[in-house]
Structures are given as structure tokens and as C-alpha cells.
Design a protein around this ligand. Structure first.
Ligand code: S3P
Length: 429
């Protein structure tokens, strides 16, 4: 249980470089492991989830050195992984599990995947079904982990994703690399495209995109790379929202990834009238910017609908919090995918925000929220439910309360942002 006390007399202020992007960090380990040569990755996110990915590849014979946020990976090539001697422990990481399922489906050895309680409740049929269509042999435990992946001969596929999921898309892409011909994947809505972007960096023209249709060229030659992981916009989002809501705040978040498949939170903040400026933009394959945020006393309500959900999927608990402070009624709909995250985030957000007096209702696919600046705390004992993003959202909400609150399960925050409380302290000193 952590006492959430931050002295905010002068608001949040100063500069901060947020840690490396989680999605990109996972993919950097995966793609450098299956490429030829030694890759050097800078500003890697050494959080619990990404360590699960590193450990899995170490178990499969890849030499990986992690020193602070510098990662060195001696790639073994597309067909060079070795049978692990133990079960692969995915920890809490859905990204590790789903992306690795695709890669492991094409190996000549059997792997057993296990995970923690939360991960073992999350749906895996969404990957085992399409991979089985491609010739994989996967046994799940009633659609969940533990999962056994047997050696398979992967055939090319044309697959239309039934849900907008970058993890499922990436699993199929990674399997398709080892197929006998080129594969085609169709997304219902565009989701984060880091796998595609990074694959084209490691190999020539591996992925081609035309609208929502992605072609994966089979058996590419992947070569080691040297690159920087941009700051994680999903981590920056906690401070973007905090500085918007906490009086007198003025901060600059440095070198944040602004890939357009991830910037839904910026669109929401701007639509609600927040004072946000992008500075020093770069235009590489993963564009970045410094983001300047100033306290905004009045926010407009917002209606977030299905099309934009994938662009801010992990930030929706924060969007709900922003809407709770807006001047009027907001809705978030088309977000049923939130029910399949580390917790059922529709349920946990509603349960926890109601404790601090926020008027929020659960919808089957999202939230209905009446904004107010006058929250009457009914229960000051908050709970992350073991979900890192719920824990951090509640820590931001606590900045707006004039009563002391406690957070249970704060250790979950190290899943994606081990330095979160230090960084909050840094911005409030
Ligand atoms: C991720 C994709 C998203 C996101 C998760 C990371 C990724 O999950 O919520 O935090 O790195 O591909 P889904 O693909 O299940 O939407």
C-alpha cells in the first residue's frame, strides 16, 4: 500500500525524458534476435514486461546484454533459435506472449508458454486460431495460457482480422516470415504499425501496405541494426494529462514517439482544448517530438468513437479521467477491447474512479462520464488491481484531491514504467 502524497504548490514543472517505448522495445529484442549480426539498441525500456521478452530469447540461445537502457543483441538469424530447456515465462506480458506465438509457431522445436494469473486469464485463441490456419500446431488451455506450441510448417495466409489488435497482427506477420509464399493481412482499423516499420528497417521491403491491407514477403534476410527507441507516448500520457489538470503546471516531455498510429491521446487533448505544443519534431520512420503542456482550467467534453480507439487504446483510462474534469457529458464507445487487457479496464476504471466521487457509468463498450471539478471522495483506499496503467491513472487522479489517498498494488507499475514515482517527484520538486 503506497501513500500518494505529492506537494504540488507550484504545479508540475520542468523537463522530463520518459523511458523508451514498450511496444518498440519488445519488437527490438524480437527482430534483432532473428536477424544476422549484432544489434545495438539505445533507450531500451528495461521494465518487467520487456525483461520477459529478453529472458525468452536468452532461453532460446540468443546472447543479450542489457546495461541500463543500452541493449546489445547477437542475432542468430530467422532459423537460428534453439529449443529452450525450460518453460518460457511470459510474466504479465500480453505482447511477449502473442508476438512470440507467431514466431514460435514456425520453429522446429516445441515450446511451453506460461504466465502470471492476469495473463493466464487473457484470450489466446485470437492468435492460436489464425496461426492454426497457417499450419501451426498450438494447444491452449481452454483458449488461455499455459500453451504448447509444437513444430509447424507455416503456409502463407490471407487473413482478415476480426478485431483491431496490433498484437494479433504482429503474431501473424512474424509467422508469415517463415511461410512458403507471401501473406496478406487485412485490419478492420489501422493499429500501431511498429512491427511493420521495424521489419522494413531490418530487411528490404519485407512489408508493403495499401490502405488496411498488409503484404508480408516471406523468408526475408534480416540484418542487425543500430537504433534509438523513442520515448513512450503511453508513459508520457500520464504526465500530459497530469500537467493539463493540475493548476500552475508547465512541463516539456522530451523525445516522445509521435507515430500517428499512437497519438490518439494528443488528438483528444487538443479537441478538449488543452494547451499542447509539439516542438523539435523529427520525421524518421518513428517520428518524435518534445511535447510542451500547460495547465488548462477549462476542458470541453468529448465523444470518442470506435474508429479512433486503436490510436489510444492504452490511454483510455486517462481519457476517462480527463473527461471527468471536463465541462459537460462525455462518452467513450467502441472500446470493448478494454475488457481483455491486464484487467477488464472498463470495470476497474469505473470501480476506482467512483471511489473518488467521479460520475462515471459502465457501458458494454466503454464509459459515460459527467465532468465536474467537485469530486466528493467516498473511499480513499484505491487499488491498481495489479494493472500498471490503472495504478498510474489513479496516481494522477490523486494529484487532484485534497485528501490523502492510498494505492494498493503499486508494484504493478514496474510492468511498463519502473521510474514512474521518481519522475512524478522530479516534476513536482
Ligand atoms: C500492443 C498492442 C495493444 C496494446 C498493448 C501493446 C503492442 O494490444 O494494448 O499494450 O505492442 O502490439 P492489442 O493488440 O491487444 O490491442
Amino acid at each position: 500500500m503506497k501513500e500518494l502524497v505529492v506537494n504540488l504548490n507550484t504545479g508540475l514543472h520542468g523537463d522530463l525524458a520518459v523511458p523508451g517505448d514498450k511496444s518498440i522495445s519488445h519488437r527490438s529484442v524480437i527482430l534483432s534476435s532473428i536477424s544476422e549480426g549484432t544489434s545495438h539498441i539505445h533507450h531500451f525500456l528495461a521494465s518487467d514486461d520487456c525483461i520477459s521478452t529478453i529472458n525468452a530469447f536468452r532461453e532460446m540461445g540468443v546472447n543479450i546484454d542489457l546495461d541500463g537502457d543500452e541493449l546489445t543483441v547477437e542475432g542468430v538469424g530467422l532459423h537460428g533459435l534453439k529449443a529452450p530447456q525450460t518453460k518460457l515465462d511470459m510474466g504479465n506480458s500480453g505482447t511477449t506472449t502473442r508476438l512470440l506465438s507467431g514466431l514460435l509457431a514456425a520453429q522446429k522445436f516445441t515450446t511451453n508458454l506460461i504466465g502470471d494469473d492476469s495473463l493466464s486469464k487473457r484470450p489466446m485463441k485470437r492468435v492460436s486460431e489464425p496461426l492454426s490456419m497457417m499450419g501451426a500446431s498450438i494447444e491452449t488451455t481452454d483458449g488461455h495460457l499455459p500453451m504448447t506450441i509444437n513444430p509447424g510448417h507455416i503456409k502463407a495466409v490471407k487473413y482478415e482480422l476480426p478485431m483491431a489488435s496490433a498484437q494479433v497482427k504482429s503474431a501473424i506477420i512474424l509467422a508469415a516470415l517463415s511461410a512458403d509464399e507471401d501473406s496478406v493481412i487485412i485490419e478492420p482499423q489501422v493499429t500501431r504499425d511498429h512491427t511493420e516499420t521495424m521489419l522494413n528497417q531490418f530487411g528490404n521491403n519485407v512489408i508493403e501496405r495499401a490502405g488496411n491491407e498488409i503484404t508480408v514477403h516471406h523468408q526475408p534476410k534480416l540484418t542487425a541494426q543500430d537504433f534509438n527507441v523513442p520515448g513512450d507516448i503511453s508513459s508520457a500520457a500520464f504526465f500530459l494529462v497530469a500537467a493539463t489538470l493540475v493548476p500552475k503546471s508547465h512541463i516539456v516531455l522530451k523525445n516522445v514517439g509521435i507515430n500517428p498510429t499512437r497519438t490518439g491521446i494528443l488528438d483528444v487533448l487538443i479537441q478538449m482544448g488543452a494547451n499542447i505544443k509539439l516542438l523539435n519534431q523529427t520525421n524518421g520512420s518513428e517520428p518524435t517530438a518534445d511535447i510542451e503542456v500547460t495547465y488548462t482550467p477549462e476542458l470541453k467534453p468529448i465523444d470518442v468513437t470506435e474508429e479512433s480507439i486503436p490510436l489510444m487504446i492504452d490511454e483510455l483510462p486517462l481519457v476517462a479521467l480527463l473527461a471527468s474534469r471536463a465541462d459537460g457529458h462525455s462518452t467513450i464507445t467502441g472500446a470493448e477491447e478494454l475488457r481483455f487487457k491486464e484487467t477488464d479496464r472498463i470495470k476497474t476504471v469505473v470501480e476506482e474512479l467512483r471511489k473518488i466521487g467521479i460520475h462515471i457509468e459502465e457501458l458494454p463498450d466503454g464509459f459515460s462520464i459527467d465532468g465536474s471539478n467537485d469530486w466528493q471522495v467516498v473511499d480513499s483506499s484505491l487499488d491498481s488491481h495489479g494493472d500498471h496503467r490503472i495504478g498510474m491513472t489513479l496516481a494522477v487522479a490523486a494529484l487532484l484531491l485534497d485528501v490523502d489517498v492510498q494505492l494498493k498494488g503499486e508494484d504493478a507499475i514496474s510492468i511498463s514504467y519502473p521510474q514512474f514515482f521518481d519522475h512524478l517527484q522530479h516534476l513536482s520538486d
